[in-house]
Design a protein around this ligand. Structure first.
Ligand SMILES: C[S@@+](CC[C@H](N)C(=O)[O-])C[C@H]1O[C@@H](n2cnc3c(N)ncnc32)[C@H](O)[C@@H]1O
Length: 665
């Protein structure tokens, strides 16, 4: 990237840095022409898209090496290490579907199943056996291992069926003897269970119905573009909105720990993409939804099992064909186009790969033939291109050109390489910057000291970690407020929006994009929103005076019983504008009810002439805000240099808010 960036001539850089959205086709076209004459550019595209150079291809030899290491650990009883090596081998092993007997993938699944069984992870073991059978349906060892796992799980009927099939397909007599012994155990246990009247618990716990969602409407606001409003009153904690992402991607740092589709933590029997070695998934369902159905195993695959009873044949097809039939077929596999041995999904930044996923989904949804140049317009997302810093504009140009060349390998007809198409990608990248949401999970940091120490209590130390980035089409219409009335959480990759207070009909529903009143002061909140989203916050928290903003960075008087505070100079600059609005307002001389906090009425009394004691501070561009009407003299604050004790935590001021009755400004 840096090489390409530095190669761009200064004139072109300047043109790009000043460009408006309307000028994008021209700047993109100029950069495209420049890169097409640049050998480094062609080399970079080759590195990113040539399958023979990709590090993410399947590699049979490396898989066999990892398998050998796994076997070594298994025989020494080092099961966690064996698990790691078998998982690594599975990630690298190519699925050779022509091999109808035992293939490497099936063998690795059975080896990992044995390891999982040794570790007491029986459900995981069972799943791996089924995966082996999906690849090699007549693999006796997989049926045998499945039977054993089912015995341990108390599912004796299934175990008997598994073992009977295993007996049928096993050819060696020693193998048959082993299976028969296990079958006897299963039959005995089944009889025992029958006589004691015990039944395996088949009852699934009922999932409670989700409450109805609230009716929302999208309206144009005066200062923030479109926003989401509620039609009726919304009670606290109601589910306001629920949505699956249009496209999503895992963050690079979570690639080895979380499922690349649903973003949940990976289980011990994580599975990999059938075509490349990049993603890991928590289940077959996630793998298929992300990468598409790889094994289309028809019932022909296990024909030739003459003599097998019909109920066993049915059972066999249920096990072997499980998964695919239960899938939502409307889902468009989002990783499929990336896993042709290409290198770019591994290398390019997450948001660029996310842009690729959006483009591909749009093409697939519209139908390849009808895909026109307005490929992404239908998403109707806002963007911030005009406000972007020059450096970001240049990077977006370069990444768009690179991405277009990468996608071309799969969608040559739909994605012509020209200035207009690149400009669409530039806009898409800036739309992603403004609209994509971080998918988060709660995580407890590692506990260092003894658990009973107050700092180590898990509930207090849970923190949010970002695991993915996703674009939600309707979810993107919620504006930001530093005093939000809704919050978001994620179950799997589904966005849930919930009310945090009672909201009156017709009110705007606003969430916090990060900063909130009471946690950050106004200037820090505004800086963050400008830096990350390129807008100047117009929420009530930033445009109207509020108590936490005045006191969060204030200096408190050290004198006992004195509640006086002095604002930091940097805060004052930000608050001055709000104060001016207040002073210019119609309530200049009057007192007006400002805020109701737990039954106490706060008042802002706007004095025409500032109190004499504070003139000195005002001369230094500082504003003194005593939080008690009892205070009459603040000369002592100035006498100790105005430093006082710095109060950062708004909660420590909470008591003060309740004690205070008036503000004097
Ligand atoms: C995710 S979109 C929200 C929907 C957007 N208003 C629209 O019309 O599509 C984020 C954009 O909305 C605007 N926005 C959201 N919250 C805002 C706020 N508190 N103050 C000013 N603009 C805001 C900014 O332009 C921001 O880039």
């Amino acid at each position: 990237m840096e090489t390409l960036k530095s190669a761009v001539p200064d004139v072109l850089k300047r043109e790009i840095s000043k460009s408006t959205p309307a000028e994008l086709p021209s700047t993109c076209s100029s950069l495209l022409d420049f890169f097409h004459n640049l050998p480094q550019f062609h080399q970079m595209i080759k590195d990113l898209t040539d399958p023979s150079m990709a590090l993410c291809c399947k590699d049979r030899i490396a898989a066999l090496e990892a398998k050998l290491k796994g076997n070594g650990c298994f025989s020494k009883g080092e099961y966690p290490n064996a698990l790691l090596f078998y998982s690594q081998a599975l990630r690298l092993a190519p699925v050779d579907m022509d091999d109808m007997k035992i293939n490497l993938v099936a063998l690795l699944y059975v080896n990992r199943a044995s390891t999982l069984q040794k570790m007491g992870l029986l459900l995981e073991c069972l799943r791996d056996c089924s995966r082996a059978l999906r690849v090699s349906p007549c693999y006796a060892k997989a049926w045998f291992r499945r039977g054993k796992a089912n015995i341990s799980l108390g599912k004796f009927e299934d175990a008997i069926r598994d073992l009977n099939i295993s007996l049928k397909v096993e050819i060696s007599s020693s193998g048959k003897r082993q299976i028969e012994a296990e079958l006897t155990t299963a039959l005995d246990k089944f009889k025992e269970m029958g006589s004691s009247g015990k039944k395996t618990n088949q009852n699934q716990s009922e999932v409670p119905d989700e409450p109805d969602q609230v009716k929302l409407q999208c309206l144009l606001t005066t200062t923030k573009g479109r926003g989401m409003f509620c039609v009726d009153d919304v009670s606290e904690a109601s589910l306001v909105h629920k949505e699956d992402p249009y496209a999503a991607i895992i963050l690079k740092k979570c690639r080895e720990t979380h499922c690349h589709f649903c973003f949940n933590e990976l289980p011990a029997d994580a599975i990999s993409c059938a075509s490349c070695s990049i993603p890991l998934y928590c289940s077959d369902r996630c793998q298929i939804q992300a990468g598409g159905q790889k094994f289309d195993r028809s019932s022909k695959s296990f024909s030739g099992l003459e003599g097998l009873a019909d109920d066993l044949k049915n059972y066999m097809s249920n096990v072997v064909l499980a998964g695919a039939s239960t899938l939502d077929t409307e889902h468009i596999a989002e990783h499929r186009h990336e896993c042709q041995g290409f290198h770019w999904p591994l290398i390019l930044p997450s948001e660029v790969v996310l842009a690729g996923r959006i483009i591909v989904k749009a093409i697939e949804q519209k139908g390849r033939a009808s895909a026109d140049s307005d490929l992404i317009g239908f998403l109707d997302l806002s963007h911030n291109y005009l406000q972007l810093p020059p450096e970001s504009k240049l990077e977006m140009h370069i990444y768009s050109i690179i991405l277009l060349h990468c996608l071309q390998h799969f969608y040559r007809a739909e994605l012509p390489i020209n200035g207009i198409m690149v400009s669409k990608l530039v806009i898409l990248l800036s739309q992603i910057q403004v609209n994509s949401m971080a998918v988060v999970r709660m995580q407890a940091p590692e506990v260092k000291g003894p658990i009973y120490e107050p700092e180590n209590t898990l509930t207090s130390s849970l923190e949010q970690v970002k695991v993915g980035q996703a674009v939600y089409v309707a979810g993107s219409l919620f504006n930001h407020s530093c005093q939000p009335n809704i919050h978001t959480y994620f179950l799997s990759r589904t966005l849930h929006v919930q009310a945090t207070e009672y909201i009156l009909a017709g009110s705007e529903l606003e969430l916090s994009y990060g900063p909130q009143v009471g946690h950050w002061d106004c200037k820090d909140r505004q800086r963050l929103l400008e830096d990350c989203y390129s807008f100047t916050c117009q929420c009530t928290g930033c445009s109207e005076l509020n108590v936490p903003d005045l006191v969060i960075n204030a200096y408190r008087c050290t004198k006992l019983n004195c509640l006086g505070v002095i604002l930091d100079r940097t805060v004052t600059r930000c608050e001055k504008h709000k104060l001016k609005l207040l002073l210019d307002g119609p309530t200049f001389y009057s007192s007006r009810p400002h805020k109701q906090v737990e039954g106490l009425e706060f008042q802002i009394l706007v004095a025409q002439v500032p109190c004499v004691h504070f003139l000195e501070e005002l001369a230094h561009n500082m504003i003194q805000v005593p939080l008690s009407h009892l205070i009459s003299d603040h000369s002592h604050i100035m006498s100790d240099g105005g430093r006082g004790r710095r109060m950062r935590s708004p909660f420590r001021f909470k008591n003060m808010w309740f004690r205070a009755t008036k503000f004097w400004i």
